[in-house]
Design a protein around this ligand. Structure first.
Ligand SMILES: Nc1ncnc2c1ncn2[C@@H]1O[C@H](COP(=O)(O)OP(=O)(O)OP(=O)(O)O)[C@@H](O)[C@H]1O
Ligand SMILES: [Mg+2]
Length: 372
């Protein structure tokens, strides 16, 4: 009998279409009326649903994917790709008739920075009612993770009304809630949002808030005035905890992961089923930094999402915050060893074995406290 899913990963999903550049072709060759002969295309699923969801699946955590696609060829390709990874993985996906599946054409010529031609499609219409609450209600379900509101228009409209409704409803089932963000174009509608006000509304219903530091700075200091020194990191984390989250984790790129947890025992006790089986005292009022593991970097696409997958898997396995943050950066490091998002992620037991076998860490950010 299949193991019932313990985690739902919901939110942004898209199809990356990556034309292959033959040697000698250059982006400057793209001129009106000109034909450029290209190599074969590669196609990959992307977004939080694909990256964090498939990373959890590869780790061996039973997961259900919930994203919204159109009733079109790209939508069918996404559903088929998920089904190929694991039968039933795509059963919770929403197919919206008449809507377009989100896609990015990745213009990736040799020697030049990548550019994207991006269609947000059905991600922009995702609302609280797109979540299959009957699946959230399953007794086996323990955790609900969502990413990325800044590129999902309905989720940030009205100061996050839909997000608040969705997380509150999920929380009613005692399921732990988790949220990831992403960077956004300041000139887009997301740039008009008062993100601190939105987060103050949404975070009381979010147990784990796991953005990257860069995107948090973009939300709180849109002018780019602040850099990520430890005082800024700590005060941002404390502000987010005061808004209502139980655990705040900032991904710090090649500096690793920073974690700060609530000092309020009642808030932690209310953080849902992912915390059943963990020693709650060990998670109370903690601050720690986990440096990156040493790897040969093949590509950082999806590294943040895989880091989250490692964090969620560690928590679900009942680990301490130190072990959980360590597992998070370990899974993140496995991800960067391959150019794509998730194919470098092995089974959970292999990640643990590699950590236990003395895998070297890089020098990480120091906060004068616990380094793990
Ligand atoms: N050079 C590296 N070596 C090992 N691990 C890394 C390296 N770079 C990043 N990581 C891991 O990946 C995570 C990615 O952090 P980052 O701040 O880039 O998140 P992000 O911006 O959300 O990433 P993403 O682009 O995947 O959304 C880090 O926390 C770390 O665990
Ligand atoms: Mg990210």
């Amino acid at each position: 009998m299949p193991i019932p899913p313990q985690v739902i990963v919901a939110g942004c999903v898209c199809l990356d279409v990556i034309p292959g550049w033959p040697a000698g072709a250059a982006v400057a060759d793209i001129l009106p009326g000109k034909l450029i002969e290209m190599g074969p295309v590669s196609v990959a699923t992307g977004g939080a649903v694909s990256n964090t969801g498939l990373a959890l699946h590869r780790l061996g955590v039973p997961v259900q994917l919930v994203g919204k696609v159109g009733d079109d060829p790209f939508g069918r390709m996404i559903l088929e790709a998920f089904e190929r990874q694991g039968p039933g993985l795509a059963d919770g996906m929403v197919v919206a008739p008449g809507e377009a599946t989100s896609y990015s054409v990745v213009i990736n010529p040799p020697g030049v920075d990548r550019s994207f031609l991006h269609c947000p499609g059905a991600n922009h219409t995702f609302v609280a009612d797109d979540v299959p609450y009957d699946r959230v209600a399953d007794p086996a379900m323990r955790l609900f993770h969502f990413g990325y509101p800044p590129i999902m228009r309905r989720t940030f409209a009205n100061d996050g009304e839909q997000l608040e409704r969705m997380f509150a409803r999920v929380g009613e089932f005692g399921v732990t809630t988790s949220l990831d963000m992403c960077g956004f174009d300041p000139a887009s509608p997301a740039g008009q949002v008062d993100w601190p006000r939105l987060l103050a509304r949404v975070l009381p219903a979010v147990d784990l808030f796991l953005p990257s530091l860069d995107e948090t700075l973009q939300m709180f200091h849109p002018g780019g005035a602040e850099t990520g020194d430890m005082n800024v990191i700590r005060s941002l984390a404390d502000r987010l905890l005061a808004m209502g989250a139980a655990v705040v984790g900032f991904k710090l790129g090649d500096q690793g992961l920073y974690v700060r947890t609530t000092a309020d025992a009642n808030r932690l006790a209310a953080a849902g089923k992912a915390f059943v089986g963990v020693k709650l005292d060990a998670w109370l009022n903690r601050e720690l930094a986990a440096p990156c593991f040493e790897v040969e970097v093949a590509g950082t696409t999806g590294a943040g999402d895989c880091t989250i997958a490692g964090f969620l898997a560690g928590l679900l396995a009942g680990l301490s915050p130190e072990e959980t943050a360590t597992a998070a950066t370990a899974v993140g490091a496995c991800s960067v060893e391959q150019p794509d998002a998730t194919s470098g992620v092995p089974h959970w037991s292999a990640v643990r074995k590699r950590v236990e076998s003395g895998w070297r860490r890089r020098a990480g950010i120091s906060h004068g406290g616990m380094q793990c």
